[in-house]
Design a protein around this ligand. Sequence first.
Ligand code: CAO
Length: 555
Amino acid sequence: MAIEQVLIPDLGGADGVDVIELCVAVGDTVEIEDSLIVVETDKASLDVPSTVAGVIKAIHVAEGAKVNEGDICVDIETSAAAAESAPEAEVAPTVEAAPAEVAAAPAVAAAPANTSASTTLDIILPDLGGADGVDVIEVCVAVGDEVSEGDSLIVLETDKASMEIPAEHSGKIIAFSVNEGDKVNEGQVIGSLQVAGGSAAEAPVAAPEATPAAPVAASSATKEVRNVPAPVAAKLPPAATGAGKSNRDSHAGPAVRKLARELGVDLTLISPTGPRGRILKDDLHDFVKNAMKQISQGGSAGASLAEGATGIPPRPTVDFAKFGDVSVEPLSKIDRLTALNMQRSWLNVPHVTQFDDADITDLEEFRKSLKAEGEKRGVKVTPVAFLIKAVASALAQNPKFNSSLDAAMENRITKSYVNVGMAVDTPRGLVVPVIKDADKKGLWEIAADVIELSIKARDGKLKPNEMQGGCFTVSSLGAMGGTGFTPIVNTPEVGILGVSKAQIKPVWNGSEFIPRQMLPLALSYDHCAINGGDAGRFMTTIVAELSDVRRLILN
Ligand code: CAO
């Protein structure tokens, strides 16, 4: 094995030529004449081909950089035989556009890489929470990139969480040796950073501690991007957990990937026109242009750009000001997220809503009898506390409702914990704090949680972990009125209970109508995950729990 360096060839006398595309990544195997990069002079664009066969070990140029003849392009590890078979003068750059004045072959240098300008520091992976062989799901930088301290270098995914590994120092990436799909370990050197001034020379660039299993406690330097509750992820097959699974399979350079990420474009939807099926920046631009055209012709933005054409007509753009005065305010962040989640759920989940009334006459009598004790304890017990208790008990008895389907809809993940979300209407928008382990809590504890979490929600003080890990949601509009509504499932949960205002209604007891306080319930469920029979049993359990308060409080 030997390391060969491929240099930028004679560029027809042009200086400072733009690198417009990287065709390879570190770890790629290339043959002689495979394109390494594409450069563009003012006269032509041309591929710089490899002069040797082997494995790319480092890339010394970046897209957007300017290069000159003789600059080091890449380091390639060759077998001796491969190196011998690379007669340097025979390989000319491939001219892709008209009158190129480039003719000479690129040279092959044997000298070491020119990385001596400033202090060079190793980029070392931090503690990955004890995980070994962690998947690299995204590479955010390329050789030649200037990074600032805190910029993401790579994104890793353990079976519990995804995390970004940030740069510890500002500088220029001069070598980078990991690719999407690689597996990495704590302490691994993944590249080199050239740091100006040499002030950081004393220590290697170890990225700060990462704690993948504990998103809330994650160090500030490790940005959590997604957390999969441990018991869920542990049961998922690798394919089901892999964020960016399909994008990873697409052949595209880092700059194209970065742009695609910024635009929210799924690379797998793009038809590549580059060599060896590579997606070029132009392909991405064309895709977005076409998507915009489709939208203007009546297609859907979300579908075209992110999820593939679903043919859903877009919302009409109307100039309301034509009809009178209007005011325009941007949606709050919470409202925008809610809109996105609701639309995603509505489009993805076949909803069925089942209705029933629970007789809460005895429950209400009992609840009122708790008033004095509640005052002593400083806890007011509202119907919502009973509902959460009943739902928690029903979830424990009907585990299908305490499950989620994975994204591929190939696995059901059943949770052995029972966390019940509670929709809270706040001035900033709808939020859903979660009452954890609701099946293990007594009524007073649940009532206290309801009060505490709804106050925090209205004050905007909920912590992220207080809104995570929900298994099922209760949405109560009982205090506001209404006889019924059809709630939208808070996907990936599979069910939601909508509660309307209790009313005294005449109920036939077999011999006469008697006045009973009836609570209208609407159970919406994901028909991909839940069948009508499951829903019938679940609803019957909830109604039975609420109608027999002794049974409920004994749970
Ligand atoms: N029927 C009749 N009365 C009801 C009731 C029902 N189903 N549910 C609550 N009430 C009564 C309570 O008993 C209380 O009355 P008293 O003060 O006389 O006892 C009163 O309504 C006020 O209740 P509350 O809303 O302050 O408290 P809660 O525990 O019932 O509900 C919470 C808490 C956070 C669920 C609620 O305040 C809330 O935000 N609900 C909105 C949820 C929502 O927006 N859902 C829609 C989501 S989809 O857009």
